[in-house]
Ligand binder design. Structure first.
Ligand code: PGA
Length: 248
């Protein structure tokens, strides 16, 4: 499987910075096809970023969506609109959506199904909080989050993102990442998926200084990067190291 290096800009960057960043990433990746790089900018920059990425193989993603196709949902964006803007991927179930905006498993499932229906690829984020980890509940939480949404028959991307590792500078040990990624792959296989079609990414404080240790793990198919994707040089460094470690 080729490595997946995905950047989630969250609610950051000016229009000018977004355009500059996209230019740099498109320049680093060029027409390479041995790696899948994606950027998920804020909605309002999707088209501007897409115009730049078109000259490269870098894909465009959205950070969120609404589950209906259209209608009276002030402030919301539908999957067909995202597709119109050039998106290939949509992030669903990010921990910030779950914990700050109170998205339930039921809402995440509706969004997941809407993304698929629009012909886009869902990136389903799962992961335990610090308290759940302390209570030894990591596997149970991750299992429940997968079972609540997945139903076989499609090929999503899974991003394991421990909530306590997001934006904190903390990361699990290599052994912990391997354990949980292997557990996720077993669950996916039990649900009828072929594991070589469902990439499992790690997310949470990925940066140039730890990417080698993370991406070199056999069970890690890629990374979802927040903070370190906001600066073109650190994201480029992550891409370059990933190619070196993972592409043979
Ligand atoms: P971070 O965010 O890399 O800033 O920890 C990761 C994410 O939320 O996807």
């Amino acid at each position: 499987m080729k490595p997946y290096i995905f950047g989630n800009w969250k609610m950051n960057l000016s229009r000018r910075e977004a355009i500059e960043n996209a230019f740099s990433v498109a320049g680093v990746v060029g027409k390479r096809t041995e790696i899948e790089v994606m950027i998920a900018p804020p909605f309002v920059y999707l088209e501007a970023v897409n115009n730049i990425l078109r000259s490269s193989t870098v894909s465009l993603g959205a950070q969120n969506c609404h589950w209906e196709e259209s209608g009276p949902y002030t402030g919301e964006i539908s999957c067909s609109m995202l597709k119109d803007c050039g998106c290939k991927y949509v992030i669903v179930g990010h921990s910030e959506r779950r914990h700050i905006f109170g998205e339930s498993e039921a809402i995440i499932k509706k969004k997941y199904l809407a993304v698929k229906k629009a012909g886009l690829i869902p990136i389903l984020c799962i992961g335990e909080t610090g308290d759940q980890r302390k209570a030894n509940k990591t596997k149970e939480i991750v299992r429940n989050q997968l079972l609540a949404v997945l139903e076989g028959g499609d090929s999503p991307i899974i991003a394991y993102e421990p909530v306590w590792a997001i934006g904190t500078g903390l990361t699990p040990t290599q052994k912990d990442i391997e354990d949980i990624h292997n557990e996720i792959k077993n669950l996916i296989s039990d649900l009828g998926y072929s594991t070589d079609k469902v990439p499992v990414l790690y997310g949470g404080s990925v940066k140039p200084s730890n990417i080698r240790d993370i991406i070199s793990l056999p069970s890690v198919d890629g990374v979802l990067v927040g903070g370190a994707s906001l600066k073109a040089d650190s994201f480029s460094e992550i891409i370059k190291i990933s190619i070196k470690e993972k592409v043979r």
